[in-house]
Design a protein around this ligand. Structure first.
Ligand code: C5P
Length: 244
């Protein structure tokens, strides 16, 4: 894995996001654009990023009837983004429709991934609010990952603690994209279940989505490089390979 970090551009507008990215001159890291920034700026901001060679994960977490998701994916695929997602809770018909929509857009390189259980969902919510019983969040995430795999999706968003079980169930090439990553000793903010870059690499995580640890850092580029190095050292140690 050449670039394991996806920086979450959790900014309220494009001006602030561009100011932050100006520090990364010459790096063009993989970035995540979520609902706040996309709803504020729309497709022109995605074009701006792609013209500057950023890889883009468009994190809109689609969840609607299959036809609507199919048509939305056709539009999103035309933006030439590198990754996009849906909620696995939308079901297998919806996930298959999303995949078909993406294919029909002609964007063959765009990875389609599924959100399993949000890291903000705990077992009380699962049982008492959603009435999903006789399971745990972890089991449910693995089950959703298997459904996503069977629908032809490329991977899932999950917590680093769930990666191992999901890789065992779905195969090592099925992507694990994990938020909640914090360098050792740093502020965990509102994330309940965190992992260090080293632990993420050891668990087999493919991409770490990291926001505030980088975006709120005084030295964001240095922090980005420190995180990449910690991950690469652990990954190389586990896989006995070196990076050029
Ligand atoms: O600042 P922080 O590193 O916590 O940002 C994590 C990013 O990952 C945010 O953009 C957040 O919306 C996203 N995310 C998450 N947990 C999920 C899914 C997405 O934190 N389960």
């Amino acid at each position: 894995m050449e670039n394991p970090v996806i920086i979450a551009l959790d900014f309220e507008n494009g001006k602030k996001a561009k100011k932050f990215l100006s520090a990364f001159e010459g790096h063009a890291p993989y970035v995540k654009v979520g609902m706040e920034l996309f709803y504020a700026e729309g497709a022109p901001f995605i074009y701006w990023l792609k013209e500057r060679n950023f890889q883009v994960f468009l994190d809109l977490k689609l969840h609607d009837i299959p036809t609507t998701v199919n048509k939305a994916m056709k539009v999103l695929g035309s933006l030439s983004i590198d990754m996009v997602n849906v909620h696995a809770a939308g079901g297998t018909s919806m996930m298959k429709a999303a995949k078909e929509g993406l294919i029909s857009s002609g964007s063959s390189h765009t990875k389609l991934i599924a959100v399993t259980q949000l890291t903000s969902t705990n077992e009380r919510m699962l049982y008492d609010e959603l009435l999903i019983q006789h399971t745990t969040v972890k089991e449910c995430a693995t089950h959703y990952a298997m459904l996503a795999k069977n629908c032809g999706l490329d991977g899932v968003v999950c917590s680093a603690q769930e990666t191992k079980g999901i890789k065992e169930a779905c195969g090592s090439s099925f992507l694990s994209i994990t938020p909640g990553i914090r360098p050792s000793g740093s502020d965990i903010h509102d994330q309940a279940r965190t992992a260090t870059p080293k632990a993420a690499a050891e668990a087999g995580v493919d991409y770490m989505v990291i926001g505030r640890s980088i975006t709120k850092s005084e030295q964001p580029v240095d922090m980005y490089e420190t995180i990449v190095k910690e991950w690469r050292d652990a990954y190389a140690y586990n896989n006995r390979q070196t990076f050029a």
